[in-house]
Design a binder for this molecule. Structure first.
Ligand SMILES: Cc1ncc(COP(=O)(O)O)c(C=O)c1O
Length: 370
C-alpha cells in the first residue's frame, strides 16, 4: 500500500468514487441526454469558427461575446453570470468559495449524487433532508435545516425523481435562511417552471443551468450560474482561469443564435415524455411518477437490479436507482426518441412478463413461504 495515502484527507478517502461504466447498448437511456441531437446548422457554425481560429492560442479569459448573448437570453446582467465547464464545475466553484470544515450544507435526498460527493470533499457538514414518502419536496423540513445552514442545494426539477418544486416553495426556503441557496435548474426547460424571478428579490439565490440537457450539448461541457453580481464576483475567485475552451464557447454562442431550433426540440421531448409516461402507466404493475424533466422514474414489482439486468440483456440501458432512500424497486429512464421509447417499452413488458412467470414458479417451488 502506498504509504503516502494518509496525506489524502480522510473525508476524501472515505468516499465511494462517482463512477459509471461506459457500456454500449443499442438503446442508451441512462444519462438524461437529449434524444434529439444538436441541429446541423449549429454544428456547422461551430466548425466554421474552429477552422478560422489559431488553436495555439488560449481562449478568452472572460468570454465577452458569449456572456453578452447569455445575458440577453437569460435577462440577467453579465456581471451576474459565470460560465464554466458544465454546471458541475460551477457547483464545485461555489462549494470551494462557500463550504469547508465548520460550515453546514443542506441537500435534499434522494437527489443528484454529485452534491453529496462535492460537499463531503470540502469537509463541510452534510445535512440531508429526505423527500416525503410520495417523493415530494418536504419544504418545511428543508426550511428547518436551511435556517441552520450556510448553503442549501435544491434540484428543480429533481433528479432522479422528476419532482417539481414551485417558485412559491423556493421563496419560502430563501426566506427561511441567512445562508445561500443553490437551485439547480439543469432540467427547467422541460418543466415550464423557473425560480428566475426570485433572483431580483433574493440576493442569496444562485441558479445553476446547463447546456447539457435542453440545449443538447452534453459532450461540450457548458454550464452557467446566475446570481447577485456581488456573490458572482466572489465565487468567480474560486474558478480556474480559461475554464471554458474555445470549442465550447463557440458552441454555446451558436446554440443561443439558433435557440428557436433547440426550443422546438424541447417541445418535442415534452411530447415524447407524455407518450412514454402514458404507455408505461398502461403496463400492469408499473407505477410512474410525474416528471418535469427529460426522464421518468418508475417502480415495478421486480427488484431494481433484476429489471436493469433483464433490460440490459435486451440492449436497453437505463439507470437503476433502487438503492437510494425511498426508491425501492425504482428505475429512471431518459426520454428517448420515438423509436428508442418503443424498444424500451417492449423490453419492459417482456422483462416483467418473464419476471412474473419466474416469481410464480418460485412461489410454487416454495409453498411453505406465505
Ligand atoms: C441535477 C443535475 N445537475 C447537473 C448535471 C450535470 O450538468 P453538466 O453536464 O452541466 O455538468 C446533471 C447531469 O445529469 C444533473 O442531473
Amino acid at each position: 500500500m502506498n504509504v503516502f495515502l494518509n496525506k489524502i484527507r480522510p473525508n476524501v478517502r472515505a468516499l465511494v468514487p462517482y463512477s459509471l461504466q461506459h457500456v454500449e447498448a443499442r438503446v442508451k437511456l441512462d444519462m438524461n441526454e437529449n434524444p434529439l441531437d444538436t441541429p446541423e446548422v449549429i454544428k456547422e457554425a461551430v466548425i466554421e469558427q474552429l477552422q478560422h481560429r489559431e488553436w495555439t492560442r488560449y481562449p478568452e479569459l472572460v468570454p465577452q461575446r458569449l456572456l453578452a448573448k447569455l445575458a440577453q437570453f437569460a435577462g440577467w446582467p453579465e456581471n451576474g453570470l459565470l460560465v464554466g465547464n458544465g454546471s458541475n464545475e460551477m457547483l464545485k466553484t461555489i462549494l470551494m468559495a462557500v463550504a469547508g470544515p465548520g460550515t453546514r450544507v443542506t441537500v435534499v435526498q434522494p437527489s443528484f449524487s454529485v452534491y453529496q460527493q462535492l460537499v463531503m470533499i470540502t469537509g463541510a457538514e452534510y445535512r440531508p433532508v429526505l423527500l416525503t414518502p410520495d417523493l415530494q419536496f418536504d419544504v418545511e423540513a428543508i426550511c428547518r435545516e436551511a435556517c441552520r445552514s450556510d448553503l442549501t442545494i435544491v434540484c428543480a426539477p429533481n433528479n432522479p425523481t422528476g419532482t417539481q418544486i414551485t417558485p412559491t416553495a423556493i421563496r419560502k426556503i430563501l426566506s427561511s435562511t441567512s445562508g445561500l441557496v443553490i437551485v439547480d435548474e439543469a432540467y427547467y426547460e422541460f418543466s415550464g417552471m423557473t425560480s428566475f424571478d426570485l433572483l431580483r428579490e433574493f440576493s442569496n439565490l444562485i441558479l445553476l443551468r446547463t447546456f447539457s440537457k435542453a440545449m443538447a450539448m452534453a459532450g461540450l461541457r457548458i454550464g452557467y450560474l446566475l446570481a447577485d453580481p456581488q456573490i458572482t464576483a466572489e465565487v468567480a475567485k474560486a474558478k480556474l482561469p480559461y475554464n471554458l475552451n474555445f470549442v465550447s464557447i463557440a458552441a454555446a454562442e451558436a446554440g443561443l443564435d439558433h435557440i428557436e431550433l433547440l426550443q422546438a426540440n424541447v417541445r418535442r421531448v415534452i411530447e415524447l415524455r407524455a407518450m412514454l409516461t402514458a404507455r408505461l402507466k398502461r403496463i400492469a404493475g408499473v407505477e410512474v411518477f410525474p416528471s418535469g424533466a427529460n426522464f421518468v422514474l418508475f417502480r415495478t414489482p421486480l427488484p431494481g437490479p433484476a429489471l436493469f439486468e433483464s433490460l440490459f440483456a435486451q440492449s436497453v440501458l437505463i439507470r437503476d436507482v433502487s438503492k437510494a432512500p425511498l426508491l425501492d424497486r425504482c428505475l429512471r429512464v431518459t426520454v428517448g426518441n420515438a423509436e428508442e421509447n418503443e424498444v424500451f417499452l417492449a423490453a419492459v413488458r417482456k422483462s416483467l412478463l418473464e419476471g412474473a412467470v419466474r416469481h410464480v414458479a418460485e412461489k410454487e417451488d416454495n409453498p411453505g413461504i406465505l
